[in-house]
Every structure is written in structure tokens, then in C-alpha cells.
Design a protein around this ligand. Structure first.
Ligand code: BG6
Length: 480
């Protein structure tokens, strides 16, 4: 059992935004109700709201998240407060309000400062917090920063410098919410608690790795943000690269944050400089396939006319180290895809000698494939070969399956896990300054290149050009 986390104030800048209402408040409520989290929320935002209006909106957000009852309403009244941020960027008045709330609720001075803001607002917010003396308090102070952290190598470096001017690295929690997903954490458990698999987890046994984060939804109402970001900055540099590090890293000396994050950085440093010729970019056009009604990306509000921002990216990477030399890691992500699927597929090498022959095949030497399904149907399946019964030597591929839902029921939301870790001061599932810069370094050549962006119909598996480039990814070809 985890010890009860320390009482604290939770300051959310961007408190009326989408992230705060859809994810943070429901997670905080759930943690308070089920894990005894003692939190007092001070929402900050540019809207001129009072406490009561903020509580009313928050009650609506909790209801939408499935927490409708009296208890949730009472929690909002007792624990939520709001402070309209002055337009001049001076956080002095926020600091005074926070101190008053801490006195009112008899809090010991522990503080979470959460930047649930658009990325371009991070620098001013960090400077403002520092200038108002909010980087330190009587208790602990932790700064949580959402992704994307910077928009390229130079801006990420500058942002790290600014952060470190006011905060020490052990106060900083850079969020990549994929790391909070149970199934993503399970990647390490799967590998390092099951020596059976770990013994085969290398270039001698593995032929290739495919990492897919496909979304069937489009960009929706986020056109303004997304048009400046695109699939490389929004997904590839962060979520997919984090998944790659977990699949490829060496066993850490312990599960302590420093040990785990050091191994992830080593993977990033071993990745061969990205060849833009091994990358395909795409943008979804009006719906076809499984998404006949999805409007074209270019028709969305906030998207520049004729925009060339990619909504799809596929890239092949190589990890040039002892374990993975020569093994392709195919990464792909897209919006407006045929289905929602986050998956790591590890294809093992086929048998070295062909002993079984099919009717027409000269040789049936299937590879075992391990599919780690991270969402939506969390679990895994391992494809193995069995003999078909009867007087035949024909083989059939059958799955060995495990489903999280059958074994465990409700799986916690990523933000529940991450917020609890922030309050407990555990940085294992957060991105270190070195990691974020290494991953931008990796994609900088791609950001600097002028690759064509191929159109694909929404509801498909992306541009045909990706299939031509990634012929070595048969699982994708099977997917479409
Ligand atoms: C976010 C991206 O970080 O992750 C979104 O900004 C994306 O564009 C989302 O839709 C996907 O997260 P999940 O948890 O729904 O897979």
C-alpha cells in the first residue's frame, strides 16, 4: 500500500481549458475520493470568473466524466477556488491568494504548479512564477509542464534553461501522458519480470519492431494548435519515441527514476541520425473508408488555407547499439485513420531451417509475432504455430491472449497515475531535460527538411507512399 500523500495546494494555470476540465479535475476528484488525496485546487486563468462560477463549471466537467453525485459537488465547493490572472503577467497577486488559501485550509506549504497552457505560454508563465517567488515554499514545490516541450531542439534547450533558472530538475515534472498509461508501464514489467521474453529481446531473435499510434478521430476543434505542430511534434517526438525507448532500453539497475531515465537517454543517443528519405508524411483529406463524414484537415477552423502540416508520419529508425544493431524500428502515427490502435508489434525471426511445407508454399516458416496492445483493447497476444489435427503436417497460426479488462476490470486513467506521482515526488514516469533534448535532436533533420506531404482519405491506413517505403512492415501491410 502506498502511504497517504502529503496535503498540498494544486495550482492549475489554464484551469478553464480543455485539459484541466476533461482530465485534471476528474483525476484529482477520483484521487481525493478513492486515495485520500488532500488537495486544494487554485485554478488560474484569463477568464474573469469567481469561485462559484468555477465550481459550477467544474461540477459539469465532473458529471461529464461520470462523477455526477452529491459527493463530487461537495468536493467542488470545499476544495476548488479560482483566481483571474492579471493580463500584465504579474503573478504576485496569485502568490498572495495562494498563501491566504494555505492558511485557510491549514496546509503545510506543499505546492504543485501545473502549466495546463498552450505551449507558447510556457515561457511567460515560468518567468512569472519565478519572479513572484513561487519556485520555493515552506514545503515542497513541483512544476508540471505539459507537452510539447519546445517546438524544436533550440526552443526545447532555451525552455530547459529558463526552467532551470528558477527550478531545479528534481522539481520539474515534464508530462508525456503515455507514460502514465498502465499498458505502457507494463512494457517494462513484461520485459524485465519475464526473463522468457527478455532472453529473446535482441537482434539475434527479433526481426523488426513496429510501433503504431493510430487515431480514428481527426483534429477536430484543435486546428489552431495543431496546424503549428503537426504529427512530428504532436506525436512522433513525444509519445512514439517514448514507447521506442521503453521497448529498446537495457534493464535499469533499479526502478528508481534516475536509473530508468538514464537507460532511456542511452537509447536516444544510440539512434542513427534520421534519414528523411526513410520518412513518409501525409495529411488526411475528406473522409472515405471508415470515416465518410470526417471533414478534410484543411477545412478545419484554425487551419491555414492550403496548409501542409502533416497529420500522419511514418519513419524507420535504427538503434545502433550492441542489442539492436541492424533491426528496423518502424514508427507510424496518424489522425483520421481506419481505426484507433496503439500497438507495439515485435516480429521474431523465423526458424532457421524449413521443416514444414504447405500445400503450395515451398516453405512455411512463419515468424512468431508478439502484439502488445496498449489501447483500446489493452492486453497482448502472441502468435505461435500449431499442427492442424489429422494426417497432415499443415500448420496454423494461433494466438495466445491476455486481456487486461478480463483480468483486472477498470484500468486507471493515465492522469490519475501521473498526478499521484507528482504529489509523491516520483519522477520515473516523467521526461528528464536530457531526454527531451535528445528526442528533439533526433527529429531536427526532419523538421529542417522539406518532405512532400501526401494526401490520404480519412478512414484509411494513411498514404500509399508509406506502404511502398515500409515494405518491411508486413503487419502494417496486413492492416491496410
Ligand atoms: C496528445 C496529442 O498528446 O495525445 C493529441 O496532443 C492526441 O493530438 C492525444 O490525440 C492522444 O492521446 P490518447 O491518450 O487519446 O492516445
Amino acid at each position: 500500500m502506498r502511504a497517504r500523500p502529503a496535503a498540498h495546494a494544486f495550482v492549475v494555470l489554464g484551469a478553464t481549458g480543455d485539459l484541466a476540465t476533461r482530465k485534471l479535475l476528474p483525476a484529482l476528484y477520483h484521487l481525493s475520493a478513492d486515495h485520500g488525496l488532500e488537495t486544494v485546487v487554485l485554478g488560474g486563468g484569463t477568464r474573469d470568473l469567481g469561485d462559484e462560477e468555477f465550481r459550477r463549471r467544474s461540477r459539469e466537467a465532473l458529471t461529464a466524466a461520470g462523477y455526477g453525485g452529491e459527493a463530487a459537488a461537495a468536493w467542488c465547493s470545499r476544495h476548488l477556488h479560482y483566481f483571474p490572472l492579471p493580463a500584465d503577467g504579474n503573478f504576485g497577486p496569485l502568490a498572495s491568494r495562494l498563501a491566504a488559501l494555505e492558511a485557510q485550509h491549514s496546509l503545510p506549504g506543499n505546492r504543485v504548479l501545473y502549466l495546463a497552457l498552450p505551449p507558447q505560454a510556457f515561457p511567460a508563465a515560468i518567468s512569472g512564477l519565478g519572479a513572484a517567488g513561487l519556485a520555493h515554499s515552506r514545503g515542497w514545490t513541483r512544476l508540471v509542464i505539459e507537452k510539447p516541450f519546445g517546438s524544436d531542439l533550440a526552443t526545447a534547450g532555451a525552455l530547459n534553461e529558463l526552467v532551470h533558472h528558477h527550478f531545479t530538475e528534481d522539481q520539474v515534472f515534464r508530462i508525456d501522458h503515455y507514460l502514465g498509461k498502465e499498458t505502457v508501464q507494463n512494457l517494462l514489467v513484461f520485459r524485465f519480470a519475464n526473463p522468457l521474453f527478455e532472453a529473446s529481446w535482441n537482434r539475434d531473435r527479433v526481426a523488426r519492431v513496429e510501433i503504431t499510434v493510430a487515431e480514428d478521430s481527426g483534429v477536430g476543434t484543435r486546428g489552431r494548435y495543431y496546424d503549428g505542430a503537426g504529427a512530428i511534434r504532436d506525436m512522433l517526438q513525444s509519445h512514439l519515441t517514448q514507447l521506442l525507448t521503453l521497448v529498446a532500453m537495457e534493464a535499469p539497475v533499479s526502478m528508481a527514476a534516475d536509473a530508468v531515465r538514464a537507460e532511456k537517454v542511452k537509447v536516444l543517443r544510440s539512434i542513427r541520425p534520421l534519414d528523411p528519405a526513410a520518412v513518409v508524411l501525409g495529411q488526411y483529406a475528406a473522409g472515405g473508408g471508415t470515416a465518410p463524414t470526417l471533414p478534410a484537415y484543411r477545412d478545419l477552423d484554425g487551419v491555414a488555407p492550403g496548409s501542409n502540416t502533416p497529420t500522419y508520419a511514418a519513419a524507420t529508425l535504427f538503434v545502433d547499439n550492441w542489442r539492436w544493431q541492424g533491426i528496423p524500428f518502424h514508427l507510424r502515427t496518424g489522425k483520421g485513420m481506419r481505426e484507433r490502435l496503439t500497438q507495439v508489434a515485435v516480429t521474431f525471426r523465423p526458424p532457421p531451417v524449413c521443416l514444414y511445407h504447405g500445400r503450395s508454399d515451398p516453405c512455411v516458416a512463419h515468424s512468431n509475432v508478439l502484439y502488445l496492445d496498449l489501447q483500446p483493447d489493452e492486453g497482448f497476444r502472441l502468435e505461435i504455430e500449431v499442427k492442424e489435427p489429422g494426417p497432415t503436417s499443415r500448420l496454423r497460426t494461433v494466438p495466445l491472449r491476455f486481456a487486461y479488462a478480463e483480468a483486472f476490470g477498470r484500468v486507471p486513467e493515465a492522469y490519475e497515475t501521473l498526478l499521484l506521482d507528482v504529489v509523491e515526488g516520483d519522477q520515473t514516469l516523467f521526461v528528464h531535460a536530457d531526454e527531451v533534448e535528445e528526442s528533439w535532436r533526433l527529429y531536427q533533420p526532419l523538421l529542417d527538411s522539406d518532405l512532400p506531404v501526401h494526401a490520404y482519405p480519412a478512414g484509411s491506413w494513411g498514404p500509399a507512399a508509406a506502404r511502398d517505403l515500409l515494405l518491411d512492415a508486413p503487419n502494417w501491410a496486413a492492416g491496410g
